[in-house]
Design a binder for this molecule. Structure first.
Ligand SMILES: [Zn+2]
Length: 482
């Protein structure tokens, strides 16, 4: 026994932390405020799963539309830059201010553009969440500089030194596809019959149309503007690095998804700032469900064309009651096997997957990480505590990373996600939670190995500083010797 304790202590010393911090963590984890103070100061590595527009807080968006003196509809709370003809319900923010109503309308917008003061009996949580993106779109498109600066500032304040943000602005309107309706039908038919050979031949011809129709230049224009913005805002510095994930929207028609996906892969293949490609929007949407397999086949096709481009996929962001039970059995499996996902976003439905143990073992063997978003899953899917499969992933040895998803809409933070983690899953020791932090760098899509090593070294230094100062500071407080 003594020998085992000595070995554990030696391992801790090797990993750079002492028994003291483990003991102190176990003490503070039962008190939420004490735990929050501890976690807030702890380095948290990277946030690998979050959406740019959903991560910016509503304060930023509201202050923008007020500063522009946009029009707001008094009943629907829709905000527009120009007043539409006819309807008399529209008013300018400046008029609301004159009438002493600005504050109350701002509060209404907070409740429409985020979960602030959310009352479950008022509106379904998943609808409020996904609809909010469309509501604040008028501001999120215009405040991208301020929005990205906000994400960086928040990350640094939270001791987060790397983020991979889902952010894209590829404009592919100029690339047209012929006979789209017929094309959509053919793509769907070949996919559902699993006529893979014919399907890939069709994709080959579509790929040619997209690329010869200007797809490559769409990717280049986007990459140039992204790089210019990234440099102008001085996003990267000696303490912080940001990379971007391109994404496609799964609720669009198949030919449009394919076009967007091909250009997203092209962009990621040539820009060192674009870390990979993802797919977003509600997974339980009728079109998302109908085309799920087809989307995975499209990712498979793009993967063969662009094997160096990293893929992370929202998959299994579902739960019982949201869709038919048989639809819960295959999305994550298809994402890793067909879609070639190197990370899975959410994976909340994994317990319902056909051969879930086999799938989890495969994810462990292939080192496919799962991006866990506790607040998001609780709000949108009502999945939390032991209904959440976090421990299932962990027990099967699947690499776990902790992420925020949409800290702005959810009015959360990465600190809050780690607090929930430590409170809800007492089986996880400090050592293991610390390893989740390291996973957020190890399973990041940073392409430059030297940069990855540098960011990991930053994390080492951060933990060293944190662990060597937090205990003496706590001891001083405990003895009253401030
Ligand atoms: Zn997400």
């Amino acid at each position: 026994m003594k020998r085992i304790i000595i070995i554990i202590l030696c391992l801790m010393a090797l990993e750079g932390y002492s028994q003291d911090i483990h003991t102190y963590f176990e003490k503070v984890r039962t008190n939420e405020a004490e735990l929050t103070a501890f976690i807030a100061q702890m380095p948290k590595g990277g946030d690998l799963h979050h959406h740019y527009s959903g991560s910016v807080y509503a304060e930023t968006y509201i202050s923008y539309v007020v500063s522009q003196d946009y029009w707001i509809h008094r009943k629907t709370l829709e905000v527009l830059s120009q007043k539409p003809d006819g309807d008399r319900g529209w008013t300018r923010f400046s008029s609301l201010e004159k009438d002493g109503l600005l504050q109350s309308y701002k509060e209404k917008l907070f409740r429409k553009w985020s979960v602030k003061d959310y009352n479950p009996s008022d509106y379904p949580s998943d609808k409020l969440f996904f609809e909010s993106f469309g509501h604040f779109n008028i501001a999120s498109r215009s405040v991208q500089d301020a929005g990205l600066a906000e994400l960086k500032k928040r990350a640094q304040a939270e001791h987060v030194s790397y983020i991979e943000t889902m952010f894209t602005g590829i404009d592919s309107k100029s690339v047209t596809l012929p006979a789209k309706e017929q094309l959509n039908e053919r793509l769907r038919r070949m996919s559902s019959r699993r006529e893979t050979g014919r399907l890939y031949l069709l994709m080959d011809s579509l790929y040619g149309v997209v690329m010869s129709g200007g797809g490559k230049s769409c990717a280049e224009v986007f990459n140039d503007s992204l790089q210019a913005r990234h440099l102008r805002l001085k996003i990267d510095d000696s303490t912080f690095t940001m990379r971007y994930m391109n994404y496609v929207t799964r609720v669009m028609e198949p030919a449009d998804v394919f076009k967007a996906m091909v250009i997203a892969f092209e962009s990621a293949s040539i820009s060192p700032l674009v870390a990979g490609v993802n797919i977003v929007a509600p997974e339980d949407h009728e079109t998302s469900m109908k085309d799920y397999l087809l989307h995975m086949q499209m990712f498979n096709y793009c993967h063969t064309l662009y094997p160096s481009v990293k893929i992370s996929l929202h998959a299994g962001e579902l739960t019982i009651g949201l869709v038919k039970p048989e639809e819960l059995t295959w999305h994550i499996g298809e994402a890793v096997h067909t879609g070639k996902a190197m990370r899975i976003g959410h994976g909340t439905a994994v317990a319902y997957e056909h051969n879930s143990y086999g799938l989890l073992s495969y994810m462990r063997e292939q080192r496919i990480a799962v991006e866990i978003n506790l607040s998001s899953n609780e709000f949108i899917l009502k999945v939390k505590d032991d209904a959440h499969p976090l421990m299932l992933y962990r027990n099967f040895g699947v690499p776990v990373v902790i992420a925020t998803d949409d800290a702005g809409i959810l009015r959360s933070s990465l600190t809050r996600q780690f607090v929930l983690l430590a409170r809800r899953y007492p089986e996880l020791s400090y050592r293991e939670i610390r390893s989740f932090v390291y996973n957020s760098i190890d399973y990041s899509f940073i392409s430059d190995p030297a940069l990855k090593q540098l960011i990991r070294a930053r994390l080492d230094a951060g933990f060293h500083a944190f662990e060597s100062t937090i205990i003496p500071a706590a001891q001083k407080a405990e003895t009253g010797n401030y």
